[in-house]
Design a protein around this ligand. Structure first.
Ligand SMILES: *[C@@H]1O[C@H](CO)[C@@H](O)[C@H](O)[C@H]1NC(C)=O
Length: 359
């Protein structure tokens, strides 16, 4: 609890700083504070990927961000229902994310633009900027893996219009057999891009396809207004009555490393740092959202750290001091026992030696 308060205290000025950044007409400007970041601690066996965050994520630190329009991060147009909380952890193999946003429940089956939606974006290429999704200067006709080399970004986008809450979407055997980042069931897709006009499913490209690609993401969504917990099916939609106050939860996982050979997936390193962003689409006032009408957590990349597993050892310091106390007690007992044995042996010296055979 204290750590969360301390974090909020430290992050507070940073978040205000983010609000101040503003897209002046024409020229893009972004003032971001160096303190903001998202950290994934090593916490194996904590999270079940079911969209529900009410129990398993409780003692994981969250990082709060105001949601400003991505194309014009003006504080006047902040998403008013609340901030986005980003939580992350890893278990040594997979990295897990939770995106949590307050919002009245809205659902329109088959029409993702009338439902909430989220995306994660990561830097792959060294020259990939947050602004303009990689920032390659080429247009949609001329962007290729060669002309935009170094500007690659990795994107996971989840549009929930066909996704049943609590069910797992993303990489599946059928789409992965086709060798691309698609998800025909729930539209939780694995995408890469060089700029907003040059975005493709992993494996699909302007100058040809490569079927070695996969959708490496998995994820689920939930809303706190749901009362059924035994498992929804499609016929249950819209799953709850519309307009109810509550919180959306989006939960994701991906292997730290993937089999990507095309520079279309970010690769995470334990103890290393990457650059990320998170986006949110919402049908504000019931109006369907447009692709470019999204909110993001910052007007620049947010550093994303994958903590070393050893951080958990530092945490268990009180336990190890208890262990040393036990070790000390154990040595004292052993010492006493040896003194007693020496005494017994020296006392029994007078007793005659009995050969084994006579016993
Ligand atoms: C690549 O795959 C996409 C989607 O399946 C398809 O529309 C396109 O025609 C393919 N391109 C080539 C060059 O085969």
């Amino acid at each position: 609890m204290y750590r969360v308060l301390l974090l909020l205290f430290l992050l507070g000025p940073a978040l205000i700083g983010v609000v101040n950044s503003h897209h002046e007409s024409g020229e893009w400007s972004c003032e971001t504070e160096s303190e903001i970041r998202v950290q994934a601690e090593f916490r194996p066996g904590l999270v079940t990927l079911d969209g529900r965050a009410d129990d398993d994520w409780n003692d994981v630190e969250g990082f709060e961000f105001p949601l400003l329009p991505a194309l014009d991060p003006d504080a006047d147009h902040v998403y008013k229902a609340g901030k986005m909380t980003v939580k992350a952890l890893h278990d040594g193999n997979d990295v897990f994310f939770l995106l949590q946003v307050d919002g009245d429940y809205l659902y329109s089956k088959g029409n993702s633009n009338k439902c909430a939606s989220v995306a994660l974006m990561f830097q792959i290429g060294e020259d990939a900027t947050y602004h303009n999704m990689g920032g390659c200067k080429e247009g949609s006709q001329s962007c290729t893996s060669k002309t935009c080399k170094g500007h690659e970004v990795d994107i996971m986008h989840f549009s929930i219009g066909n996704a049943i809450p609590g069910r797992l979407y993303g990489g599946n055997a059928i789409d992965n057999r086709d060798g691309n980042g698609g998800d025909r069931f729930g539209h939780l897709v694995d995408v890469y891009g060089w700029n907003p006009h040059c975005r493709y499913l992993d494996g699909i490209g302007p100058s040809g396809n490569d079927t070695s690609a996969q959708n490496d993401w998995k994820g689920a969504w939930w809303h706190s207004s749901f009362t059924v917990h035994s498992g929804f099916v499609e016929e249950d939609n819209p799953y709850a009555s519309g307009g109810q106050k509550g919180t959306y939860y989006f939960e994701f996982s991906r292997p730290l490393r993937t089999t990507d050979r095309l520079q279309q997936d970010v690769q995470f390193t334990i103890g290393g740092s990457s650059m990320m962003s998170a986006a949110f689409w919402y049908p504000v006032d019931g109006n369907p959202w447009q692709g470019s009408g999204h909110y993001t957590i910052n007007c620049d990349w947010v550093p994303f750290d994958i903590s070393l597993g050893s951080s958990i050892l530092t945490k268990s310091a009180p336990k190890s001091s208890a262990t040393s106390a036990f070790a000390l007690l154990f040595s004292v007992v052993s010492l006493c026992l040896s003194v007693f044995m020496v005494y017994r042996v020296s006392k029994s010296k007078s007793e005659p030696y009995t050969p084994m055979e006579n016993l």
